[in-house]
Design a protein around this ligand. Structure first.
Ligand code: HPA
Length: 276
């Protein structure tokens, strides 16, 4: 898609979303991954905007992804939550996956907290641990900036060094430690899915330096850095990755662990938002 078309679509979408926020000015966006949506219920004085009511935006079709924006107050801050996200495996292009991130930037958001459930490749991690992303490997084979024209939305060549903000990572780690919530920090590998990986793929990813793996986040983070947003990425290790300790991941296991770890997830993200 040409950047001009994309830019016009974003402007139209931003006008609609801004009007639906009824005067709220969110500074922080939170994208809630698989099974992690219930945090949105803790947002106070909330307005709800289904993705389908935003022009040019795709709807969420994935299990456990409600597919709406929730805007209101969390821990004293105005937040814009995506209760559910868009994935490449649903048939969305990389730009369609990135669209809501650019959109949230246009309505004033400057910090993105993006979360997901992920498989743990690193054998020292345990199911139920949280993992702060220190960096990523984009193994989706796609990039949302492809096809954008120079300097329309933003300059297309930008550094991905420290894409995951070092200060926000340190803040998240110190809050988790203070609250007694088990937390790791490692390299996340994002791929297209939707089949889970083979054991051979997981061994290859481990040799590349990946600690966790899942089917989201990387397109969002690239889009966020494209427009200069600060990013914090955090996974819940919902399972050991395929073949690690004999694991064979399933959607049911991911959801069951996400449900079980919900209270600590809500506490951790809420406290991070409070201290941002
Ligand atoms: N692989 C890919 N995506 C995932 C996994 C996994 O093991 N767990 C949760 N999402």
């Amino acid at each position: 898609m040409s950047d001009n078309i994309l830019k016009n679509q974003l402007a139209e979408a931003a006008q609609v979303l801004a009007s639906r926020l009824e005067g709220r000015s969110p500074e922080i966006a939170i994208i809630l991954g698989s099974g992690l949506g219930p945090l949105a219920e803790q947002v106070e004085d909330a307005v709800y905007v289904p993705f389908g009511e935003i022009p040019h935006m795709k709807c969420s079709t994935a299990t456990y992804h409600v597919g709406r924006f929730v805007c209101g107050m969390l821990a004293g801050k105005c937040v814009l939550v995506m209760q559910g996200r868009l994935h490449g495996y649903e048939g969305n292009s990389a730009q369609e996956v990135a669209f809501p991130v650019w959109l949230m930037h246009l309505v004033g958001v400057r910090t993105l907290v993006t979360t997901n459930a992920a498989g743990a490749i690193n054998e020292t991690y345990r199911v139920g641990d949280f993992c702060i992303m220190s960096d990523h490997i984009n193994f989706t084979g796609r990039n949302p900036i492809v096809g954008t024209e120079p300097n329309e939305i933003a300059f297309r060549f930008f550094s991905m060094k420290d894409a995951y903000d070092p200060e926000l990572r340190a803040l998240a780690r110190s809050i988790a430690e203070r609250e007694g919530i088990p937390v790791q920090e490692g390299v996340y590998l994002g791929l297209l899915g939707p089949s889970f990986e083979t054991p051979a793929e997981i061994l290859a990813f481990r040799a590349w330096g990946a600690d966790t793996v899942a089917m989201s986040v990387v397109e969002e983070v690239i889009a966020a850095r494209h427009v200069g947003m600060r990013v914090l990425g955090m996974s819940l290790c919902s399972n050991m990755a395929c073949g690690i300790e004999g694991a064979s991941p399933s959607d049911e296991e991911v959801f069951e662990v996400a449900q079980r770890r919900q209270p600590d997830f809500c506490k951790l993200v809420t406290e991070i938002v409070r201290e941002m």
